[in-house]
Structure formats: C-alpha cells, structure tokens
Design a protein around this ligand. Structure first.
Ligand SMILES: Cc1cc2nc3c(=O)[nH]c(=O)nc-3n(C[C@H](O)[C@H](O)[C@H](O)COP(=O)(O)OP(=O)(O)OC[C@H]3O[C@@H](n4cnc5c(N)ncnc54)[C@H](O)[C@@H]3O)c2cc1C
Length: 386
C-alpha cells in the first residue's frame, strides 16, 4: 500500500474516500452500462480540486506532488471499476498536465484552467490506426497556413474521445520519425473535427473510448504546445506520469481482487468446508499477496525517484511492467476461486477480471516496457528485433 507521508496525505485520502463512497461507487454500474463517466462527475471532481492536483496554482491547480495522484488512484480504484479512474486521470494527467507543463500562458489560461476546474474534458490523442507502440510512425499531419495549422488524419482508442472538449493531439509537422512530431490542442467544436462511434470494449466499460477524425481541421498556431517538432520529447516525458498512474492502478486493482478472493474463499463452502480449507488456495493467494507486496515496493521506489527529480525512466518502466503483469496473473487466480460466479457481469470479481486485460496494453505495452529496460541496461543489440 502506498504510504501516507504526512497528516495532509491522510486528510486528502479521507476526502477522496468520502467522494468515492458518495459519488462514484453507488453509480459505477450505471456508468459501466452507459459506457462513460458523466460530465457532472468531472465537474464535481474539479470543484474538489482532484483534477488539478499537479496543475500549477496560477491556473487554479494545487501544485502538489505525485504522491497525491497515487492516493487519488488508490482510493478511486475502491469503486471496483478501472474505467472510472481512467476517465478522470486520462483527462487530468494525460491530456491536461502536458499543456500545463509546456503550453504558453495563453493556452494554460484557455485550456488548463477550465480543465482543472472540471469545466472542460480532455483527451490525449496519440495512437492511430497505423501507429500505436511506434509513436514515431504517426501520420496525422498538421501544415502551417498563416496563423493556423490545418490538420488531417485520425486517432484510435482515445479515452474520453467521444465526450471531450479538447484533444491534445500528436501531429506530424516535420519530416519522418520522432523529430517531426508536435503537440497541438484541438478544441472539439472546431470545423473539420469529427468523432466516430463509442468503441465497444471487452472491459473498462465506464471509460469512454473513441475514434476521432481531422478533416482540414484549422486551429490557431497559438494552440501548439511547446516548440514545433518538439512533441516527441513531451509525449515521452508524459509517459512517465501515465506509467506511474498505471502502476498505482494495477496495485490497487490487485489488492481489491486479493481481498475479494480471500473473502469468498472463507465464505464459500464445497465438500462441507470453506474453499480456503484447501491448501492449494491458501498457497495461491499467498503468492498473489507476495507479488502485490513486491509490486507496491517497486512502485514506491519509482515514485520516490520521480519525486526527487532523478532519472527514473527504467524504474518507472519496471514498475509498469511488473505491476500490470502481476495484476493479470492475479486476476486469473482470484477469478478461479469464484468458480462460475467469476463469469458473471454482476460479480465484482468478474468485472475486475475482464478489466485487468487493458493494463498490459495502455500507456505502453509490456513489450515496450521491456524494450526500455533492455536499452537502459545495455541489453539491446543493434539491428536485433528493432
Ligand atoms: C482501453 C484503452 C485506452 C486507450 N487510451 C488511449 C488514449 O487515451 N490515447 C492514446 O493515444 N492511445 C490510447 N490507447 C492506445 C494504446 O496506447 C495502444 O493500444 C498501445 O500503445 C499499443 O498500440 P497498438 O494497439 O497499436 O498495438 P501495436 O503497436 O500494433 O502492437 C501490437 C502488439 O505487438 C507488440 N509489439 C509492437 N512492437 C513490438 C516490438 N518491437 N517488439 C515486440 N513486440 C512488439 C505490442 O507490445 C503489442 O503487444 C488506449 C488503448 C486501450 C486498450
């Protein structure tokens, strides 16, 4: 469990816990069936300051450190749905934080201030039909025309994609490869911007996921985030935060599954005794608990480096890889003890099971994490498997 380091952290945890118990958990099944978290929840979370935790105070945020984000993720995950926290975090941490960090004063005022207040919903648009893991291959093009950029292309699998008010969009403004990429904020009421249907997923149902299109979509050049052709570095820096978020999420998710499996193993009887009277189950759940302890320690270590401003790319990748892989393994073990119930949508464990499958893909797949670790550790051989 991520440690509170001060009384402020504990007070913050209690405040999020109350919010989740009152506003999130009672409604999460409705949102799972509707496919999205409603706008009012973004507004309520914004009013309470949860969407601006790491946003600069000069534009309405709280300027806090990442430990608060970790606590927010842990408490949100108690609602039993990965989709709900992902919807809020994709907005606050993925789409908005990078604009706060690198955007102009004007962009921060126009976009970051209302986003932190929950009055605008954001998406981060990087993935395309032809470019996912290989971000440097993206093809959505932005051409400078006077004081505007004209954007053509499309994005796929975008969280909040059918409900957002702006998309922090990765575009090609220069030549091939990572050196020709920029980030531009595209308001979704811009002529030429359109959305496809809400995508039907096998899990994380409470977060909206969409396909979006840019057809001669003209936005002011002032919407560029940072420097032209400097977008790849911003995306990679943003990934550190995204991967920490996923690490916290995977740990909290695993802890919930483990608690559910332990409860059910005590309650459910077969052959005249509780399931946990069989050593096979006590041992398997002991393994899950041990893996969780290691996952939380790795996440804490990556967080600690990040908070101290030290290079932590490798440690964050290790945390993301390990926490998400053990979550999927734990899901299989913890679901198995539920027998047929694990296959039911009405069963919390069933929903946690299918939600877990997105963890090893989103914010960089397990294979990409291994690539980063291999490169950092001097394992990569030039020309092999690249
Ligand atoms: C629920 C959900 C929400 C998402 N939200 C967003 C969002 O908000 N914004 C956004 O931009 N994207 C989003 N994504 C997209 C996500 O980031 C991509 O799916 C992910 O980066 C993988 O890209 P891909 O699906 O194109 O797979 P590909 O890149 O086609 O990879 C397919 C498989 O091959 C593996 N692979 C690829 N290259 C190599 C290699 N060199 N060596 C070994 N294995 C390799 C991958 O690890 C993967 O297992 C979301 C995805 C999901 C499922």
């Amino acid at each position: 469990m991520l440690r509170n380091q001060s009384e402020e952290h504990e007070l913050f945890r209690q405040s999020v816990r109350n919010f989740v118990e009152k506003e999130i958990t009672p409604n999460v099944l409705t949102w799972e069936s509707e496919g999205a978290v409603p706008r009012e929840i973004f507004e309520k979370a914004g009013e309470l300051g949860y969407l601006g935790l790491r946003i600069g105070e000069d534009v309405g945020g709280s300027g806090l450190d990442f430990r608060y984000t970790g606590i927010f993720v842990q408490e949100m995950m108690r609602c039993g749905s990965i989709g709900a926290p992902v919807a809020l975090l994709a907005h606050a941490e993925f789409a908005t934080k990078v604009v706060d960090r690198a955007g102009s004063a004007d962009l921060r005022e126009r976009i970051v201030r209302p986003a932190a207040a929950g009055k605008m919903i954001g998406s981060l648009g990087v993935t395309e039909p032809g470019a996912g893991s290989d971000v440097a291959a993206l093809r959505t093009k932005a051409v400078r025309d006077g004081d505007d950029y004209v954007i053509n292309g499309s994005k796929l699998f975008i969280t909040n994609g059918t409900i957002s008010d702006f998309v922090t969009t990765a575009v090609r403004t220069g030549g091939e490869g990572y050196g020709g990429i920029s980030l531009i904020v595209v308001p979704t009421d811009t002529p030429g911007f359109s959305r496809g249907r809400r995508l039907r997923k096998i899990g994380t149902h409470a977060s909206d996921t969409g396909e979006i299109f840019y057809d001669d979509c003209r936005v002011p050049a002032a919407n560029l985030v940072g420097e032209e052709n400097g977008g790849f570095r911003l995306i990679m820096e943003g990934f550190v935060g995204e991967r920490l978020v996923l690490s916290f999420l995977a740990c909290a998710h695993t802890r919930l599954m483990w608690e559910e499996a332990r409860r059910y193993g005590h309650e459910r009887h077969a052959f005249g005794r509780p399931l946990l009277a069989n050593q096979v189950w006590t041992h398997r759940l002991a393994d899950v608990r041990t893996a969780l302890e290691a996952a939380e320690a790795l996440t804490e270590r990556a967080l600690d480096l990040h908070l101290r401003g030290e290079p932590c790319d490798g440690e964050v990748s290790m945390a993301k890889l390990f926490t998400c892989e053990i979550a999927v393994d734990a899901a299989r073990t913890c679901a198995q003890i539920f027998g047929g119930m694990s296959h039911m949508e009405e069963c919390l464990m069933g929903r946690l099971y299918r939600d877990s499958l997105a963890l090893t893909i989103g914010a960089g797949s397990s294979e990409m994490m291994r690539e980063i670790i291999a490169r950092n550790e001097g394992l990569a051989v030039q020309g092999a498997g690249q």
